[in-house]
Design a protein around this ligand. Structure first.
Ligand code: PEP
Ligand code: MN
Length: 281
């Protein structure tokens, strides 16, 4: 039976399953007035462009996503691109611009780390450090982030099982970092009409197996902006503690992932659709 299977997996995950009391972990992000809590009944909307592209882009989008209802600003500075000829991100300059956007709007910032080389800079400047799908099993990076005392968001590898994903989270927790959020972002399927198969069953299952908060990214999960709002609402209904979506003021001109990016108006509409679902769960 599934209870037996779940029990066996939980034994492999003493810290991720942990907390006999059944208490949900609440991850606190940022400082002061704009501090945001995720988990244990606290919900957050994370939004921003796939890539930071320029100062004017990130500053205006930061204001726009805040006005639309987002609590955290995401922006990629180091981009894991399949092709070496595609835009690789602005790097440290991108992080500097994100910090500027945070200073202007008060929104805590989320960005992906790809190399331990920049860890000190991320610890200093980024409020929630993202480990992307491609690095979910970069064990040296996991060990390094296990040693820091900063919230980490661990995306599911696009070809990883739930067991592998949770064992990667166990690396972070066993290193001493308890501020971990899991992010379902879709797994590879066989259908070319969508980019990935967004595994929403992972949300209630992981919440049964673990006390850690679960986020859902329907942008990478579907790869299509027309499907993002519906799947975001469905993720909230399934129990997600946070949603992360890509937003661009001109998706057709985005340097990466424009086809799956919402406009700020569409984000505002999504936030309105999520509200009643949050109230009934
Ligand atoms: C991203 O969030 O921009 C990203 C690259 O996501 P993933 O690691 O899920 O592909
Ligand atoms: Mn992207």
């Amino acid at each position: 039976m599934f209870e037996e299977k779940d029990g066996l997996l939980k034994r492999e995950l003493p810290l991720v399953s942990g907390k006999e009391s059944g208490c949900a972990t609440v991850v606190e992000i940022g400082e002061g007035e704009s501090r945001v809590a995720i988990g244990g009944g606290h919900f957050a909307m994370i939004a921003g462009p796939c890539s930071v592209e320029s100062e004017s882009q990130i500053i205006s989008l930061a204001h726009a996503v805040k006005a639309a209802g987002a609590n955290l600003l995401r922006g990629g500075a180091f981009k894991p691109r399949t092709s070496p000829y595609d835009f690789q991100g602005m790097g440290i300059e991108g992080l500097r611009l994100l910090v500027k956007a945070k200073e202007e709007t008060g929104l805590p910032i989320v960005s992906e780390i790809m190399s331990e080389k920049y860890l000190d800079y991320f610890i200093e400047n980024v409020d929630l450090i993202q480990i992307g799908s491609r690095n979910m099993q970069n064990f040296e990076l996991l060990k390094a982030l296990g040693r820091v005392r900063k919230p980490v968001m661990l995306k599911r590898g696009f070809s990883s099982t739930i067991r592998e994903w949770l064992l990667s989270a166990e690396y972070l927790l066993s290193g001493g970092n308890s501020q971990v959020i899991l992010c379902e972002r879709g797994i590879r399927g066989f259908d070319s009409l969508t980019r990935n198969v967004l595994d929403l069953s992972a949300v209630p299952l992981v919440k049964r197996l673990s006390h850690l908060p679960v986020m859902v990214d329907p942008s990478h999960g579907t790869g299509r902006s027309d499907l993002v709002p519906t799947m975001a609402v469905a993720a909230v209904a399934a129990g997600a503690d946070a949603i992360m979506v890509e937003v661009h003021d001109n998706p057709g001109e985005a340097l990466s992932d424009g086809f799956q990016s919402l406009t700020p108006d569409q984000l505002a509409d999504l936030c309105r659709r999520i509200e009643p679902v949050l109230n009934i769960r």
